[in-house]
Design a protein around this ligand. Structure first.
Ligand SMILES: NC(=O)c1ccc[n+]([C@@H]2O[C@H](COP(=O)([O-])OP(=O)(O)OC[C@H]3O[C@@H](n4cnc5c(N)ncnc54)[C@H](O)[C@@H]3O)[C@@H](O)[C@H]2O)c1
Length: 287
């Protein structure tokens, strides 16, 4: 069934998901509490389309049709009529997402799915804000959604089989590979495995076993990864990864998820990575 999509939140991820959906021939409504974000998101999509037109990968008419299939709407109430599937991509704050879930629950048809693109918040906790948790599911896209092939579809405690299947079908309609995460657990699959790996790279560096560059080269060439773990850490932001590791440690209550002290030291020194200053790579000596 072709879903009619409502995307709530037009930041990095929301506008990327809207772009991806429009590219896949779906009709999309896009809303944000800050209307300038919708304008900015659409401008970004126009620029990307223009680049595709210049490279001959898209015709000018296709680019026009793509933009025309993304309908900016003032709010959830305006976007809900006729929408069969909502994806929430607002800021990563529980209370903000809960309010969005309540509004979606109030305005969407009872048969519409409510999906969240959260990276860390429990799907089950968000589902508790709606009357029927069977309609709620996690759909974790990766940045940028148009490029990255994976979607983690996460089953909350109350998600129905039908809801999970519709989320998988939608991901596949959008040309993605969906994997099902059968239990709602912190970090789902990718970040659960990634964070201890990044932490181990930091420990190896801090022990002075090799230079940062050599650690990254070892992983790139020895495991065929496109990017070394310390580069990836800087790229993502040492502060962002530290928050995730702190969250894992709280949730699992296990020492193996404890972030290395060197990461906290870097963050306290304001050395969080490429986005906002030097991280590991420009650090003169082991932190
Ligand atoms: N950036 C990533 O790499 C990435 C990857 C996967 C998942 N995520 C998740 O996607 C979600 C969005 O992240 P992002 O990077 O796009 O953030 P962002 O800051 O770029 O965008 C968030 C948007 O939400 C809007 N917003 C805030 N409150 C709102 C409300 N009540 N109603 C409507 N809109 C509201 C903001 O105005 C903003 O435009 C988060 O849950 C994040 O954890 C992010």
């Amino acid at each position: 069934m072709a879903e009619t999509l409502l995307v709530v939140g037009a930041g990095q991820m929301g506008s990327g998901i809207a772009h991806l959906a429009a590219q896949s021939g779906l009709s999309v409504r896009l809303t944000d509490q800050d209307p300038s974000q919708v304008t900015r998101g659409l401008d970004r999509i126009r620029q990307l389309n223009q680049r595709a037109v210049d490279k001959g990968r898209l015709s000018a008419d296709e680019a026009k049709a793509l933009i025309a299939s993304i309908h900016p709407v003032a709010d959830i109430a305006a976007g809900a009529a006729g929408a069969s599937f909502a994806i929430e991509a607002v800021v990563e704050r529980v209370e903000v997402k809960q309010a969005v879930f309540k509004a979606l629950d109030a305005h969407l048809a009872a048969t519409a799915v409510i999906a969240t693109n959260t990276s860390s918040i429990s799907i089950t906790q968000l589902a508790a804000s709606v009357r029927d948790p069977r309609r709620v599911v996690g759909m974790h896209f990766f940045n940028p959604p148009v490029v990255m092939k994976l979607v983690e579809v996460i089953r909350g405690l109350g998600s129905s089989d039908q809801t999970v299947q519709r989320a998988k079908d939608l991901a596949e309609t959008m040309g993605k590979t969906a994997i099902e995460v059968k239990k709602d657990s912190p970090g789902f699959i990718v970040n659960r495995i990634l964070m201890p790996f990044l932490a181990e790279a930091v420990k190896v560096y801090a022990e002075g076993l090799a230079s940062a560059e050599d650690i990254d080269t070892a992983i790139r060439l020895g495991l065929n990864h496109p990017m070394g773990p310390l580069t990836l850490l800087d790229f993502t932001g040492v502060d962002v990864c530290l928050d995730v590791m702190d969250y894992f440690q709280r949730e699992f209550g296990l020492p193996e998820y404890a972030p290395p002290v060197e990461m906290r030291r870097l963050v306290r020194a304001g050395r969080v990575g490429k986005k906002a200053g030097a991280g590991f790579f420009d650090y003169p000596e082991a932190p």
